[in-house]
Design a protein around this ligand. Structure first.
Ligand SMILES: Nc1ncnc2c1ncn2[C@@H]1O[C@H](COP(=O)(O)OP(=O)(O)OP(=O)(O)O)[C@@H](O)[C@H]1O
Length: 247
């Protein structure tokens, strides 16, 4: 793999560093379509630069909690503040700006299959009104960082599971976000690839980025101990341990 160090430089000068808490949930809850709540009474504060694993059994509400944390869902009860802003009060444009500061690695990667990998990675730049043609060097450095330079012109269906996950991570950080939220990023990859992904996330965390990673893989969490200084949040019955335990 042609990995290099993370290439992007914080344009905001690490603005989130001055902010003690980047994501804050107060008695937050969510229920789908009026059914019994998937989550309730969640109090959770993510300090800038922290690394948290979120774990819990299938159906415990991990994905729902992550969606609250990146504004995809608004809480049905309580409050969620993203960079100090109440997510329910954010306008569409306000939410779009906040979302530029939060990179998301989705469980299912979600690529556009008719675009090449390089074009998929450039999409967030286009959406933000930037010209990818002026940022080809950053894009190619980012692909090198995740070891995918040789796959730039490949189409997503031709990528292996590990390549897709690394590409999803590269896409999540193309906007140089302050926060990275990853939903089971190692779900479909072998152990060695899980370690590589963890190493990349650890590198981002050492650069000051806040990481929240949902996984049900307790072996992965144990293996993270030498790589990252993390805490573990356990979610069960729609509730989460407030501060989490140290690894
Ligand atoms: N779109 C939806 N509509 C209705 N119920 C949903 C929806 N998404 C999730 N749920 C329900 O909300 C609860 C929490 O689901 P969620 O996906 O957040 O759990 P999870 O911990 O991420 O599960 P897994 O580990 O299996 O991905 C589950 O009971 C699930 O069935």
């Amino acid at each position: 793999m042609d990995c290099t160090g993370f290439p992007l430089r914080a344009e905001r000068g690490g603005a989130a560093k001055g902010m003690a808490i980047v994501i804050d949930l107060r008695a937050a809850g969510y229920s789908y379509g009026g059914s019994a709540g998937a989550l309730s009474g969640i109090d959770l504060s993510l300090p800038a630069g922290s690394f948290h694993f979120l774990t819990g059994p299938s159906g415990a509400g991990k994905t729902t909690l992550l969606k609250l944390c990146y504004g995809e869902l608004k809480p049905s009860e309580g409050q969620v503040a993203l960079f100090g802003k109440d997510s329910r009060m954010l306008s569409r444009d306000g939410l779009a700006l906040v979302r530029q500061r939060i990179g998301v690695v989705h469980q299912d990667c979600r690529f556009l299959d008719h675009l090449t990998l390089a074009e998929n990675l450039a999409l967030p730049l286009l959406v933000a009104g930037r010209d990818p043609a002026r940022e080809t060097e950053s894009l190619s450095q980012l692909m090198s960082w995740v070891g995918l330079s040789h796959r730039a012109t490949a189409y997503p269906p031709a990528l292996s599971g590990g390549e897709r996950q690394r590409a999803a991570l590269a896409r999540a950080v193309i906007m140089d976000p302050d926060v990275i939220i990853a939903d089971e990023p190692t779900g479909n990859v072998d152990w060695e690839m899980s370690q590589r992904l963890l190493t990349l996330l650890g590198e981002l965390n050492r650069l000051g980025k806040t990481v929240l990673l949902a996984t049900h893989d307790l072996a992965l969490i144990r293996a993270a101990k030498p790589l990252v200084q993390a805490r573990v949040l356990r979610l069960a019955d729609g509730r989460v341990q407030a501060a989490g335990t140290e690894l």
